[in-house]
Design a protein around this ligand. Structure first.
Ligand code: 5GP
Ligand code: ZN
Length: 113
C-alpha cells in the first residue's frame, strides 16, 4: 500500500535497521523501543493485522512463527527469553495497520502485557 510506512520499509523508501529478512518477511528494530531489545516482524505482503492472516500465502502462514523464532535467536534471546505480541484494532492501540509482531526481550519484562 502506497501510504503504509511498513510497506515503505519493505521497499527501502524509509530506512530501518533490518536484522533478518527473507522473501516473505522482514524484521527490523522498533524506532521507539519498549524493551532493551524490541524488533518488529512484518510480512512483505501488506495485510492490516492478524485478522487478515488468511490473505497471506500458505507458505507465509507456515513460515511466520519459524521466522519470528529465528529472529529471536539471531538477537540472542533464545536462552534468556522473550515476548511476542501483536495488536489488532483500537482497544489494543494498534497504531500501524500493517501486521507486525513485536519481539521484546533483553531484560526481565513486566508481568503485565
Ligand atoms: P502498534 O502499536 O501498531 O502495535 O506498534 C507500532 C510500532 O511501530 C510501535 O512500537 C512504533 O514505535 C513502531 N514504529 C512506528 N513507526 C516506525 C518507523 O517508521 N520505523 C520503525 N522502525 N518503527 C516504527
Ligand atoms: Zn503495508
Amino acid at each position: 500500500m502506497s501510504d503504509c510506512i511498513f510497506c515503505k520499509i519493505v521497499g527501502g523508501e524509509i530506512p530501518a535497521e533490518v536484522v533478518h529478512r527473507t522473501d516473505r518477511f522482514v524484521a527490523f528494530r522498533d524506532i521507539s523501543p519498549k524493551a532493551p531489545i524490541h524488533v518488529l516482524v512484518i510480512p512483505v505482503q501488506h495485510v492490516a493485522s492478524i485478522t487478515e492472516s488468511a490473505a497471506l500465502s500458505a507458505e507465509a502462514r507456515q513460515e511466520m512463527p519459524v521466522f519470528i523464532a529465528e529472529t529471536a535467536t539471531i538477537l540472542g534471546l533464545d536462552n534468556s527469553g522473550y515476548r511476542v505480541a501483536t495488536n489488532h484494532g483500537d482497544d489494543a492501540r494498534q497504531a500501524v495497520h500493517h501486521m507486525h509482531w513485536h519481539i521484546l526481550g533483553g531484560d526481565l519484562l513486566s508481568e503485565s502485557m
